[in-house]
Write a protein that binds this ligand. Structure first.
Ligand SMILES: NC(=O)c1ccc[n+]([C@@H]2O[C@H](COP(=O)([O-])OP(=O)(O)OC[C@H]3O[C@@H](n4cnc5c(N)ncnc54)[C@H](O)[C@@H]3O)[C@@H](O)[C@H]2O)c1
Ligand SMILES: O=c1ccn([C@@H]2O[C@H](COP(=O)(O)OP(=O)(O)O[C@H]3O[C@H](CO)[C@@H](O)[C@H](O)[C@H]3O)[C@@H](O)[C@H]2O)c(=O)[nH]1
Length: 339
């Protein structure tokens, strides 16, 4: 079976491409490299990489038809909460307008299956923790709102056109390929674990804790960190479930355990054996105090089991990659796969 992975040159998409290839799928990646890395194409030679935009109808339609694509895994998006608050128009355009263009191309080509990268941000401020899929959906920032809009479009495409889909709502993706081939390289980096590890490497002068007055045991925010390879594996399960005609639906993906920012810093100090300066700062606007998943549904219905569930393993795999690749993929120009 041939699948199209949008955003496959990015962090989670690239790890998923690796799992898909190992599971025997034929993979075409479509990425405009606005945030991704051309180096990924060299690391994963088993996949075909196409440099282009999800909204290029001619390109996408051509790929879907000529490759006889049966499933689209849609990772391509902008995904920074603070950027979305400052520039909602960017987010609505890329995640909703362009996303709907992709969905139209999928409908036109008659592709039967679709897997969508959604987020814990669709829930907003949790009313109940751990968060179950039936929790109210009241996003508190444009990023979460754009992801929810796309989820809703999928649902109605399912009803009207029979598209079978699975929505995966990731909590905090972290860690790196345990074989060391792929890792996290966002520019600018805003995620806690890579920032902490860059401080351990001396690439940053310090780590700032955003808020110490949250209603949590140590006053800092708690998050549910999930290893990127466990996320990737869930996509293969989701694909098989769709092929087996499981009903469409949404699934959380987290480890069901919250760690505070201070705990992440402590684990990083232990794993790296290095000390680094940490300062306490103001809250970052839009951050909920606690985000912890219930992943019961995906465990029960798809048989998902995390292999790298504990935080120490997550941080260790990330550390291995950052230590070996202090400059990330080192392809700052990002001018495309073809030059
Ligand atoms: N990282 C997390 O913790 C997290 C958590 C929840 C959900 N998600 C979702 O998972 C997906 C992947 O996240 P990530 O951290 O790997 O992000 P990423 O930025 O590393 O990857 C996204 C990729 O999509 C590409 N892209 C963006 N817009 C495009 C477009 N219009 N056309 C073609 N390619 C385009 C980028 O170049 C990039 O390679 C996103 O949809 C994100 O919203 C991420
Ligand atoms: O320098 C830093 C960076 C982060 N944090 C805190 O660390 C936690 C984790 O932050 P971060 O790694 O930026 O992730 P989130 O903001 O929780 O968002 C991630 O996880 C969400 C799902 O939970 C996804 O929707 C988003 O796309 C993804 O970026 C938060 O409490 C932050 O306030 C700090 O204290 N200092």
């Amino acid at each position: 079976m041939h699948v199209l992975v949008t955003g496959g040159a990015g962090y989670i998409g690239s790890h998923t491409v690796k799992e898909l290839l190992q599971a025997g799928y034929k993979v075409t990646v479509l990425d405009n490299l606005s945030r991704g890395h051309r180096a990924v194409a060299r690391v994963l030679p088993g996949a075909e990489f196409v440099w282009g935009d999800i909204a290029d109808r001619e390109l996408v339609g051509g790929l879907l038809r000529t490759r006889n694509i049966r499933a689209v895994l849609h990772f391509a998006a902008l995904s920074l909460v603070s950027e979305s608050v400052a520039e909602p128009s960017l987010y609505y355009h890329n995640n909703v307008v362009k996303g709907l263009s992709l969905l139209e191309a999928v409908r036109e080509a008659g592709v039967p299956y679709f897997i969508f990268s959604s987020t814990a941000a669709v829930y907003g401020e949790p009313v109940q923790v751990p968060i179950e899929e039936g929790h109210s959906l009241v996003p508190t920032n444009p990023y979460g709102a754009t992801k929810l809009s796309f989820e809703e479009a999928l649902r109605w495409y399912g009803v009207a056109y029979g598209l079978k889909y699975i929505i995966l709502r990731y909590f905090n993706a972290a860690g790196a390929d345990p074989e060391g081939e792929l890792g996290e390289d966002h520019q600018p980096e805003t995620h806690l674990i890579p920032l902490v590890l860059q401080a351990a490497l001396g690439l940053r002068p310090k780590v700032t804790i955003f808020g110490t007055d949250y209603p949590t045991p140590d006053g800092t925010c708690m998050r549910d960190y999930i290893h990127v390879t466990d996320l990737a594996a869930a996509h293969v399960l989701a694909l098989r479930a769709l092929e087996g005609e499981l009903l469409s639906g949404a699934y959380n993906l987290g480890n069901e355990q919250g760690y505070s920012v201070r705990e992440v810093v402590e684990v990083a100090r232990r794993v790296t054996g290095r000390n680094f300066p940490v300062e306490e700062g103001a809250r970052r606007p839009g951050d909920p105090a606690v985000l912890v998943a219930s992943s019961r549904r995906i465990r029960e219905e798809l048989g998902w089991r995390p292999r790298y569930g504990d935080l120490e393993t997550i941080v260790r795999t990330a550390w291995e990659w950052h230590r070996r690749h202090p400059e990330g993929y080192g392809d700052g120009t990002k001018t495309g796969f073809h030059d």
